[in-house]
Design a protein around this ligand. Sequence first.
Ligand code: FES
Ligand SMILES: [Fe+2]
Length: 558
Amino acid sequence: MAWQRVASFSEIDVDGVLGVDVNGSPVALYRLSNEVFATSGICTHALALLSEGFVEDGRIECPLHQGQFDVRSGKALCAPVTEDLRTYAVKLEGNDVFIDMERPAASAPAVANAAPNRKAGDGVRVAEEGDQGGSGKIAAMNVDSELSLTKRYVWPAEGLTRIPDWVYTDQTIYEREIERIFHGRTWNYVALECEVPKVGDFIRSNVGPTPVVVVRADDGSINVVENRCSHRAAEFCRELSGNVKEFVCPYHQWSYDLQGNLAGVPFRRGVNGKGGMPADFNNAQHGLRRLNVTTHRGVVFASYLDDMESFQDYLGPEVLNEFEATFDGRKPRLLGYYRHTLPGNWKLYHENLKDPYHATLLHTFLVTFGLLVAGNRSLMLADATGRHGVMASAKSERKSVSSDAKKEMRAYRDGMTLAEPRFMDFVEEFDSPWSVTMATIWPNLIIQREMNTLGLRQIIPTGPHEFIMKWTMFGFEGDDEEMTRHRLRQGNLMGPAGFLGLEDNEAIKFVQDGMQHVPGGQHLVKLDPAVAAGTSDSLISEASIRAMYRHWRAEMGL
Ligand code: FES
Ligand SMILES: [Fe+2]
């Protein structure tokens, strides 16, 4: 038994971490309300001081690579850390904190007597003269505060009703999104099965910004591989779509089969006994990077993680229900594409479709022709996690726009008519109370069911300030010629220059422009305070946007 006094209780911030040196060993002390815990002070992954890290929900996040450990048990919780932290027994006597380096944390943590809550200094404690236990100053290791993301990017104290501009404008945040969201625990839309019907059919796609190829292999399976040669990282697949027997990289002609296995390396053994690859070079270890793939009702999704939950569980029951109302069992049939670049952050598109408030105010067409009117039956659904959503509404006839509603909606135009009246026909074909649904499937898909015009919008971010929007418009096998014409005609509602799409595209640019030049800026998402974050039956609500950011913050650890 070797209890050593290592700190004063009041030196440790609530939900904070204090670094101390005990006999030459860095130790991290944490205070969770009135309890104190102690672990080794150095991350098990790389040489980083945990006292420079960030404590949240009983976890300490390493400042260097954002691995996390449970403060109580020392357990490693997420990549890149794999090895648990050592823990030490703690006891409190009055304002004194003692630890025993030879014993792991006791099952019952030390709880303080009512102690003053004084703020600690700079996180790394410099021992006072006369301390017991030979404490000393910790050498400066990784103390560059630039490394501590969680300290640099601090969410406004008001919580989810304010969003800081750096969420949309910062390169570091964007890179973390690729790692934690698009390459993290998500199912990303990549294609429709009907785009690769036959063996050897392929189509290029993206997971986040990362280029991938979706290909139907000899056994009928759909494979998704990175479009990145194992040799020098060349984007080997240059055509948008086509049919191949194998993929051959144009640079040095390495070839890959339809499953992504490396099949051939020219001059692998060199020429005349000279050059070539090392003798132990093994093709099997140099295939293309393959992603986990799932399909549901003809729609293909990919994930960088192999242990993903099923797609159905990923959507949750309510959003799955809406997904299956659109993909109702009929086989999708491709009608065509739009593709355009939008000068804004990719999340603004999700927000636009979780923001029914704008719809009746921005969209003249929508209101004038009765597609969405304040007071129509509508729903802004968020799934339990907050990441997915469905904006749904039932079409009204124009005469139902009340004069009160008209006053609020500058967009309303009395007396406008369409030269082509068939444009607004609604052929009832779905088992759903809604004539319009826009499902936002985290992180890269919007499923558009706007009466009879159906589309999948794929978000392909290219940086914090820009994304590509790829629209795949579809109908169903069994549609007759007239129905196909109708879907195509009604498709003019949406797309880069659609009667509705145009204004949203502009709005996203205006928002991004407004956020770029004000340091420390933040903005409001306060509508509908009755719903903190989640589903609302009011159109005048931002509760779904708040739900999305609750999820985003958890995924990003910010
Ligand atoms: S980069 Fe593809 S073969 Fe060399
Ligand atoms: Fe809109």
